[in-house]
Design a protein around this ligand. Structure first.
Ligand code: BG6
Length: 463
């Protein structure tokens, strides 16, 4: 992860500049980085997309209005817009060069010392052709390319995208965003495991009974009906966010904390991840999904997935990893629960206090917490145990520290060229292989009531 310091002068080229992700995440993150003095001293933003934007500076100002606590940021003034498409990027190339000259003059450096950060916030179907255009127009010179998941729509299209990327830039310059890895609490998984002997030594099938990665969401489609029709929950959340969390939770100790070593360790987990199977998976679709204007009346697309995954290696063999996520569910949660086996010998009985599990719960939400559910002696004359919780609450325990939102972390690391929190080509390829059996032969989608917990997950069927 990035050391503090000011990044080199940059031109940020943003595809999808008038899109939802840019407005909700990218501009606010850039503004907050700017207000905290973390952006390059000299930079420019060239927004682009197929359709012209009337008042681009206004779009940016509106998106960042609530993000910087009144701190001044000149993001909107540094931005220009230029249309482009996959067939024609000549005007965009010109706009990038012009912006680059201005930045070089401001920074007092040679144009060749200005870096380019090209952010592709575009649908998976458009990505490959845009990447080829960037290469043809020379926009990839001195560039880092940031791509948003899903990376392709299946193994084949993901390999096409990867080939297109490798045609124009080296893997060291490709930043595949999985913003869950930008969450402070996910990075804390590494800290807890490797800075504390307490947890590190227990991180093994001899001591761990199961792992739950649970990401229910209450939100529904939020205008993303056509995205969901093409992508579905398995690709949107499971082969991406939830699998990446699993990778961090399950990895063997890396040789060190460099991007290469950590990603090697994570890639090894994915190699050992058993392809997902229909027998261990449940797909759901919330009632009302098909009423969306952009959704097919007979759509079978899944908005909820619950599945059990297995990592077939020495550390995790036969330990179930239960993954669940879905839209329009009863609650919003982002948790990892590591449930420990019962102690041996079981001096206090086989289930401690009568069923209360002994587990570590990592809350990955913005209000991050770590809770260790233990059994303590109940005060009083009897020698008996009762459930108790040891809690690390970030807001309370680090009151003076300023956490970075996921997209701030992501962008900051791209500016610095640090790939630790980004998915590598081999990881993505393997995750598509793991997901492919369910893409080709999915379980029957079951309807569930919005606001419910959805269909019974597979682990409860077999419990
Ligand atoms: C996005 C998915 O990547 O992550 C959304 O496309 C999902 O469907 C979102 O709602 C969840 O992110 P966060 O940061 O709110 O946990």
């Amino acid at each position: 992860m990035t050391e503090p310091g000011t990044p080199a002068p940059h031109v940020v080229v943003l595809f999808g500049a008038n899109g939802d992700l840019a407005k909700r995440m990218i501009y606010p993150a850039l503004a907050r980085l700017g207000a905290a003095g973390r952006l390059p001293a000299a930079y420019a933003v060239v927004g682009t997309g197929r359709h012209d934007v009337d008042d681009y500076a206004g779009v940016i100002s509106e998106s960042i209005a609530d993000s910087t606590d009144g701190e001044n940021t000149d993001l909107a003034e540094r931005a220009t817009f230029q249309t482009s498409d996959a067939d024609d990027g000549a005007d965009l190339a010109k706009a990038v060069q012009e912006a680059e000259q201005k930045v070089a003059a401001e920074a007092g450096v040679d144009v060749d010392d200005v870096r380019r950060l090209v952010y592709l916030s575009v649908p998976p179907g458009s990505m490959t052709d845009i990447v080829a255009m960037l290469g043809r127009e020379g926009i990839t010179d001195r560039a880092r390319l940031v791509v948003e998941k899903p990376f392709g729509l299946d193994l084949e299209t993901s390999r096409e995208l990867d080939a297109a990327l490798k045609d124009v830039v080296h893997e060291d310059e490709v930043f595949r965003v999985d913003h869950f890895l930008g969450k402070e609490a996910v990075q804390n998984v590494l800290a807890l495991r490797f800075a504390n002997r307490l947890f590190g030594t227990l991180w093994h099938r001899d001591h761990v009974e199961s792992v739950h990665i649970d990401v229910p969401e209450t939100l529904e489609l939020e205008g993303r009906g056509s995205f969901y029709e093409t992508v579905g929950c398995l690709r949107d959340m499971v082969t991406t966010h939830l699998s990446q969390i699993l990778g961090f939770v399950a990895l063997d100790p890396p040789a060190d904390l460099t991007a290469e070593a950590v990603r090697d360790a994570k890639a090894a987990v994915f190699q050992a991840l058993r392809p997902f199977s229909k027998e261990h998976a449940v797909f759901g679709q919330f009632d009302g999904y098909r009423d969306d204007d952009d959704v097919d009346d007979d759509s079978e697309v899944e908005t909820l997935v619950a599945l059990t995954a297995y990592v077939d290696n020495e550390r995790w063999r036969d330990v179930p990893f239960h993954l669940r996520t879905g839209k329009a569910m009863a609650d919003d949660r982002r948790t990892v629960t590591v449930r420990f086996r019962e102690p041996e010998p079981a001096l206090f009985g086989s289930t401690g206090d009568g069923g209360h599990p002994h587990e570590l719960v990592l809350d990955l939400s913005d209000d991050a917490k770590v809770a260790v559910e233990v059994r303590g002696k109940r005060p009083g004359p009897e020698l008996e145990v009762a459930p108790a919780t040891l809690t690390l609450d970030y807001a309370d325990d680090f009151p003076d520290d300023d956490p970075l939102a996921a997209y701030e972390r992501i962008l900051l690391d791209v500016f610095h060229g640090d790939q630790l929190l980004f998915a590598r080509a081999d990881e993505v390829d393997r995750l598509w292989q793991v997901g492919q059996p369910l893409l080709e032969d999915p379980p029957q989608t079951q309807t569930y009531e919005p606001g419910s917990w959805g269909p019974t997950p597979p682990w409860e069927h077999t419990a």
